[in-house]
Design a protein around this ligand. Structure first.
Ligand code: FES
Length: 150
């Protein structure tokens, strides 16, 4: 199967750019998948709404110093979805590397945020995503999924 056929018709509408502020993320569901979206250093980050510490939701969380701060115990995550620090300070690098948000490929276009509901770790390399997204935008009608605000 051609790569485009495998992935290109699954971009789902998550929300509008204006729903993400510089101080607060957007938390929204696409079907049963609940996602958190935020901007860090100008980059759009979309990840599963599931804190790697104890699985809390990021609903009601804040963005501080370009990092997403979990509202439960204060762990923070950067634009790569990597753990930065927690309430007991920094962790050894090998441990820190395992504490990641599960990110999803996402793009902003014409004020709308689109996400591929396949984790980035199971998606083609980041370098291919812009080409896939452009192909989809040019060749297809956007298919808008029903989303539920929480
Ligand atoms: S559940 Fe997120 S920091 Fe504890």
């Amino acid at each position: 199967m051609h790569l485009h056929h495998a992935v290109a018709d699954h971009w789902a509408f998550l929300g509008h750019d204006g729903e993400i502020s510089s101080t607060a993320p957007l938390v929204r569901a696409i079907g049963s998948l609940v996602l958190v979206a935020f901007r860090s250093h100008g980059r759009l980050v979309v990840a599963k709404d599931d804190c790697p510490h104890q699985g809390a939701s990021f609903a009601g969380s804040r963005i501080v110093d370009e990092c997403l701060v979990c509202p439960f115990h204060g762990w923070t995550f950067d634009q790569e979805g990597c753990y930065v620090q927690g309430f007991r300070g920094n962790m050894p690098e090998p441990v820190r590397q395992t504490l990641r948000l599960e990110r999803y490929p996402a793009r902003s276009r014409d004020g709308r945020i689109w996400v591929m509901p396949t984790p980035t770790s199971k998606f083609p390399p980041d370098t291919l995503i812009p080409a896939i997204f452009s192909w989809y935008a040019a060749a297809c009608q956007w298919r808008v999924s029903i989303t539920v605000a929480i």
